[in-house]
Design a protein around this ligand. Structure first.
Ligand SMILES: O=C(O)[C@H](O)COP(=O)(O)O
Length: 249
């Protein structure tokens, strides 16, 4: 028997539209993002892919997107589990800064290394700075020494995988259709794991906002089709290109 996994990056956020590095800053989705979340519900209904359980990050943009999508396909009542381990990558000192300005200031190579290298994190944020979440009560359960002040994708893989194993896999193995509502980089980390993508190749993978990515997994939790399937492939292709080119305009 195969298992059903739906990955959903939040719809466009206020800061996606403003071209700002966001990371753990808790911004909401904008009107376009609401529309994407509603469309995601339609796509799930057409496919007959109705989630039995939801896993989200602790961030409003993922939670809000998932609520709209589940409401739209009459699944607002399913159980929900949330974890900081599904949060966006902590973008360190870049949080709150404009992507184009950072690219202009530091050059394309440094900009892309911070955005897409596997193991080079941006400089750490000042824990008491304006865009820091270091003292946010929702993260009080993370021992202070382990609370990130910046992260590279490798760090995200390391903190996301324990949750995948302990909480998401058991739901899949119980035969549930699982939806994970999360973020560009936490989903890149999960896709890297599922598809066995190398540390080098992962730099070329981008996740579009608000379009369900469906994975059918075999008994070993390997994708039946590598890369899964976007439920709206044309919209996904256009949005992937836009994410890839962020900071270039
Ligand atoms: O945190 C952010 O700024 C975005 O959600 C992801 O940004 P990226 O595509 O530049 O990594």
């Amino acid at each position: 028997m195969t298992q059903k996994l739906i990955l959903l990056r939040h719809g466009e956020s206020e800061w996606n539209a403003k071209n700002l590095f966001t990371g753990w800053v808790d911004v909401d989705i904008n009107e376009k993002g609401v529309g994407e979340a509603e469309k995601a519900a339609e796509l799930l209904k057409v496919e007959g892919l109705l989630p039995d359980v939801l896993h989200t990050s602790l961030l409003r943009r993922a939670i809000h997107t998932a609520n709209i999508t589940l409401d739209g396909c009459d699944r607002h009542w399913i159980p929900v589990k949330r974890s900081w381990r599904l949060n966006e990558r902590h973008y360190g000192k870049l949080q709150g800064l404009n992507k184009t300005e950072i690219r202009d200031q530091f050059g394309e190579e440094q900009f892309m290394q911070w955005r897409r290298s596997y193991d080079v994190p941006p400089p750490a944020i000042d824990p008491d700075g304006e865009f820091s979440q270091h003292n946010d009560p929702r993260y009080a359960d993370i021992p202070e020494s382990e609370r990130p002040l910046t992260e590279c994708l490798k760090d995200v893989v390391a903190r996301m995988l324990p949750y995948w194993t302990s909480d998401i896999v058991p739901d899949l193995q119980a035969g549930k259709t699982v939806m994970v509502a999360a973020h560009g980089n936490s989903l890149r980390a999960l896709v890297k794991h599922l598809d066995g993508i190398s540390d080098d190749e992962i730099s070329g993978l981008n996740i579009p906002t608000g379009i369900p990515l469906y994975y059918e997994l075999d008994e070993n939790l390997s994708p039946v089709t590598r890369g899964g399937r976007y439920l709206d492939p044309d919209a996904a292709a256009a949005s992937i290109e836009a994410v890839k080119n962020q900071g270039k305009k």
